[in-house]
Design a protein around this ligand. Structure first.
Ligand SMILES: Nc1nc2c(ncn2[C@@H]2O[C@H](COP(=O)(O)OP(=O)(O)O)[C@@H](O)[C@H]2O)c(=O)[nH]1
Ligand SMILES: [Mg+2]
Length: 304
């Protein structure tokens, strides 16, 4: 992953550091290098907006770059570039740890998972249940998507595999009522967390937003998580905006990062989204949920 992007950054940093050993870069040279970088980023599936965001940041870095009298030119350039990128990558981190939140929060800690069909919501709920179980916490899984029988079945199967209680609802019943039943179940039996799956018809569907608003009104979740598919790039960014405007989004889980072979789509979403990211989904297994870590992402992007 990120192979092409890594290559493009490497070439840029090599060229810049070789030149500034002897002299400053001219305005034209900087523009030429940035244009080449932008082209390569776009070839690696980075969205044009995101590629421009990167080149604009680097323009300011290169304009301020001082020729080092002593020390290694390459590491001076590398550090300056990384520091700048880290600023924007850090901007998108959800600072709190989910396990800590559940452990320290009021019992049961109520989490609503939202997102368009197919993004990986149900799978992510199973992964989250697994994470909590591994940390000695007891979750209940609730299927408040009452429009698709298959959605209930899929979640039920996961809960059986994980040995976690499942609360579902009849086809067509009120999703908010099902969510409420799930919370009551957890309260009565002393469970630590309630993980609520919701329907995911198209995000432009105002019924869906109304339904989500009602769930939020009725159960007052402690955390509203939006699941987004990294492969959908710009659509994911739009979904984040729509869900946040309508229902409110505390943090995002970006799935299928493993399936983004060139890494550009995932990177674009990370750079363009205006909500913090809490986890990345990196596979279909229960363990394939990793905290979003900008330092680690930078290491992957620069290979050093
Ligand atoms: N490669 C990969 N596939 C994923 C990931 N998360 C979910 N999926 C797959 O995406 C498909 C849709 O997932 P599902 O949880 O049913 O989506 P939902 O409609 O949002 O509930 C399934 O085939 C999942 O196995 C991920 O992080 N990586
Ligand atoms: Mg689902």
């Amino acid at each position: 992953m990120f192979g092409k992007i890594k290559e493009a950054f490497k070439k840029l940093i090599d060229t810049v550091s070789e030149t500034i050993k002897y002299r400053t870069l001219s305005q034209e040279e900087i523009e030429g290098l940035l244009e080449e970088l932008e082209l390569k980023l776009v070839e690696a599936d980075v969205a044009v907006d995101a590629a421009e965001k990167i080149t604009n940041l680097l323009r300011s870095v290169f304009a301020e770059l001082k020729i080092p009298r002593i020390g290694d030119a390459r590491s001076v350039v590398m550090d300056a570039v990384k520091r700048k990128l880290l600023e924007i990558l850090k901007h998108g981190v959800f600072e709190k740890d989910l396990v800590e939140l559940v452990r320290e929060g009021r019992k049961p800690f109520k989490i609503v998972f939202m997102g368009v069909n197919g993004v990986g919501k149900t799978t992510t709920i199973a992964k989250t249940a697994f994470l909590l179980l591994n940390n000695g916490l007891k979750p209940v899984i609730v299927a408040a998507d009452t429009f698709r029988a298959a959605a209930q079945e899929q979640l039920k199967k996961h809960s059986e595999k994980l040995g976690v209680p499942f609360v579902g609802g009849k086809y067509g019943s009120d999703p908010a009522a099902v969510a409420y039943d799930g919370v009551r179940y957890a309260e009565k039996r002393g469970y630590d967390a309630v993980l609520i799956d919701t329907a995911g018809r198209m995000h432009v569907d105002s019924n869906l937003m109304d339904e989500l608003k009602k769930i939020v009104r009725v159960i007052k979740p402690d955390l509203k998580l939006l699941v987004l598919d990294a492969l959908t790039g710009n659509d994911a960014v739009e979904q984040a905006r729509a869900f946040h405007e309508n229902v409110g989004v505390d943090a995002v889980i970006l799935t299928k990062v493993d399936a983004d072979s060139r890494g550009g789509a995932a990177l674009s979403v990370i750079l363009s989204i205006d909500r913090p990211i809490i986890y990345l989904g990196v596979g279909q297994g229960y363990r394939d949920l990793i905290p979003y870590n900008p330092e680690l992402l930078l290491k992957l992007l620069f290979g050093e």
